[in-house]
Design a protein around this ligand. Sequence first.
Ligand code: B12
Ligand code: SF4
Length: 463
Amino acid sequence: MTPLQKKLKVVFADPPFGMEFKGEAVTESPNLGILFIISYARTRLSNVEFTYLEPFLSMDEHLQKVKEIAPDVYAISFTTLRRDLSFETIAKVKELGLPMLIIAGGVHPTIDPQDILKETAVDICVRGEGEETTTELLQKIQTGQPITDVKGTVNRQKTNGVRPLLKDIDFFPAWDLIDFEKYEIAVSKKKHVAYLLPIRGCPNYCTYCSNPVWKLEKPWIRQRSPKNIAEEVRYLYSRGLREIYLRSDTFNVDIEWCLQVCDEIKNLGLKGLTFQCNLRADKLTNELAQRLCNLNVWLVHIGLESVNDRVLKGIGKNVTQADNIRTLNILKKYKIKVYGFLMLYNAWETNGKLENETVEEVNNTLEFAKNSLRDNLIEYISWSITNPLIGSKLYDIAKKYDIAIHNNKLGSCMRFSNVTEQQMIEHVKQGMILQLLNGIQKGMMTRKGQKRAAQKATKILNM
Ligand code: B12
Ligand code: SF4
């Protein structure tokens, strides 16, 4: 520490969802983005004390902790779907009247920093990956330098450009801050599961995907070295974890690298360890499936989305239904189960004309799901009515044609001239019943999964 470096207390926060949100995706995993930033910054800065306020705290607990710590910097992370809760949290933190700098980062501040600067007391928004930007900001605060010009930030005076994405991502999150007992995912073999991110970015450009953090700058895709990934697996094992979910959007971006990752982890010789991962359906080889099977990957998550090639093409998925079926069959051969994700009522634009998934096409998708569950081609399904999220190409399409709606029964989705609301509600009911009955039947659900199922059942009864 140089004499000029003042001691800093920094609080990183998820918005406080509270215990009632257990059963929602927010308490499946700690915020990996925050843990990556802390891990990166603390090896480069001295005399900074980091605290992480986790998502399961209630608003009162959250505020109490901020009061006790009285941080110099309060840094909150949020997605667009949590905008309102985050704005409420920021307002209440501000009301505490403590002298602190308020920073926002993550998906929503990256997409729409002006929304945050206009509506809240946030001083600085960080766009894109936060490791280098936050480290530079904290360093400048510590040494009393101005912070209005830091690259990758937006403040009320100016927008400071885009910071290049990290080249070296061979480090892992600050797991030492986490008690894994507090997190639970919906479907798992072991009680606790840690998420591990082997890749950042995704090479595709699906119209409905709101994934702006990675798409501000190229190269989007960066892979960690197989050795570094294996080191993280060893660390998590030493912490008592026996199930790990390789959670990057797509694990099989580069098959050769994937095979090396499997080998490095396997060579650790750790007993009783199981895995889940995310795959894309167009790139699975028999060799990779065999290697995943040897590694005890028991569940693979795939975004199948739709069974109609017209729709898959329209939404830019770059996959055909033949790819989907081929991949499901390969996985079945190696006894790897599949969690399939479906989207209903998607939309896209072809040659300047709006197109949407028809009632008949949605019927096809649900019928396929029903048959595949029966034939053990798919083990679990989850589905959603397509929501045109800000940051996606679909958001712009929905805006252009003025089709975005939000109502109590369907949530945020789109309306189309060839589909009635009643037809959509019928499909929501069918989808919920299918997912619910299958989940109960398969019995692999954790308490969280059962709670989610119960929430869905209540929703059906109220429709
Ligand atoms: C793993 C994951 C989860 C995990 C863990 C969440 C997490 N934050 O790590 C769980 C299951 C909990 C989760 C839940 C949800 N997720 Co999620 N999730 C992802 C996924 C697949 C990977 C995230 C990731 O790679 N993290 C690793 C780090 C390195 O990246 P990062 O989180 O973006 O963080 C970096 C920057 O954003 C920034 N940063 C982040 N926070 C902060 C805070 C500050 C102060 C600063 C300075 C910087 C900063 O620096 C970080 C390090 O570089 C992404 C897709 C994607 N590839 O981004 C979707 C994604 C982020 N999730 C999404 C959604 C919708 C959700 C849910 C709302 C789902 C639901 N219906 O409940 C919830 C909301 C959770 C919340 N806290 O609000 C959307 C967000 C879209 C949007 N416009 O809002 C994404 C983009 C998926 C998609 N393509 O649509 N998710
Ligand atoms: S939906 Fe998945 S495959 Fe498509 S662009 Fe988004 S992350 Fe990539």
